[in-house]
Design a protein around this ligand. Structure first.
Ligand code: G3H
Ligand code: 13P
Ligand code: ZN
Length: 334
């Protein structure tokens, strides 16, 4: 079965959907924000922000996030949020999985999609590993994101230096998708993970995006390393005792442009961490006698929700919830 083609999720969920359902609605018009979460405050801010901006979204869990407290706790928080926010429409995704973690998520029955990240392997080995994960995932109607090309920066299990980073080759992308059977492709198009993406005025390689999208029409592309690292956020962090020198991210107008060119999933983690860092640094600076975690936690939830609302405007996903709901219900009644 092609991933997600027949399946609508039936997990007593208000609205956890397949990632394919989100991509089918978004492709070429807007991108879904794929936001990483680690704790309860992030979950609450994320859901509030998406409901306030009426946006569908992807909630993604990295291997590190699943190990931080306990994967069951994180998954239970998402199930609870699904109940607390019955109007939300979202998919649950494993971010940067290795083969073992992909199988764990596929077998759990909870995830809409998994990412197998074998981009550091040779082209043929990347295809072989991705193919194994695709076969196992598709049996359960779960879709698979794979990666070709290498982003610079630091992730859970891999550190890629600037010299090692390389853009995705469009010709290889076409062959990779055909041979691996993956459902979406993370492409290296000029971004990198973390808070230090560009040393000058570099940006996205739109020629590469265009070339890949024209060879793979209608096929969802994924942009990792999409945080904007807002300069005012960095300034506030530094003014409150931080030391983020030379931090920089992706220009928002470039994200908007990519979101209509076939980039259907935009991964954001660092910006959420920056909101957390700014709120907590300022809160303890301004109230040094406080030792209660709840006051800054409350501010963080509000500020993170505001960030999500803004970012969904940039992605074009804001305001899409009703139209998505209608197309899901007409597909279900067809
Ligand atoms: O691309 C990686 C994400 O930012 C996840 O980071 O593995 O530290 O949770 P993490
Ligand atoms: P940032 O580091 O730009 O937030 O990217 C996150 C990411 O790609 C998660 O997979
Ligand atoms: Zn990533």
């Amino acid at each position: 079965m092609r991933a997600g083609s027949e399946r609508t999720f039936n997990r007593d969920s208000a609205m956890i959907v397949t990632t394919k359902q989100l991509f089918d609605h978004a492709y070429g018009k807007y991108a879904c924000g794929a936001y990483n979460i680690n704790n309860a405050e992030q979950v609450m801010g994320l859901f509030h922000g998406n409901i306030n901006s009426q946006a569908p979204f992807i909630i993604q869990l990295s291997k590190g996030a699943r190990a931080y407290t306990d994967k069951r706790l994180l998954e239970a928080m998402i199930r609870a949020a699904d109940e607390i926010f019955p109007d939300a429409i979202f998919a649950v995704h494993l971010d940067h999985g290795d083969e073992e973690t992909c199988y764990d998520c596929i077998d759990s029955g909870f995830y809409s999609s998994v990412m197998i990240d074998a981009s550091h392997e040779s082209f043929d080995e990347n295809i072989a590993i991705t193919r194994r994960v695709v076969d196992r995932a598709h049996e359960k109607g779960i879709s698979v994101e794979a990666e070709l090309g290498m982003l610079g920066g630091v992730e859970e299990h891999v550190v890629v230096s600037e010299e090692e980073a390389c853009l995705t080759n469009p010709e290889e992308a076409e062959e990779f998708v055909t041979r691996s059977g993956c459902d979406s492709l993370a492409c290296a198009i000029g971004t990198s993970h973390g808070a230090y993406k560009f040393s000058g005025s570099q940006g996205l390689h739109f020629d590469v995006i265009e070339d890949i999208a024209s060879r793979l029409p209608g096929f969802p592309l994924v942009m990792h390393g999409s945080s904007s690292v807002p300069p005012d956020e960095v300034e506030r962090i530094n003014a409150a005792g931080g030391a983020l020198k030379g931090a920089s991210g992706v220009q928002e107008d470039q994200i908007t442009r990519a979101s209509t060119m076939g980039v259907t999933k935009v991964n954001i983690d660092t910006d959420g961490r920056l909101v957390w860092c700014r709120v907590h640094r300022e809160a303890f600076r301004d109230d040094p006698e406080n030792f209660d975690l709840r006051p800054p936690g409350k501010i963080f939830m509000v500020e993170y929700a505001k960030y999500i609302e803004h970012k969904n405007q940039v992605l074009g996903s804001a305001g899409q919830l009703e139209s998505l709901r209608e197309s899901l219900s007409s597909a279900a009644n067809a």
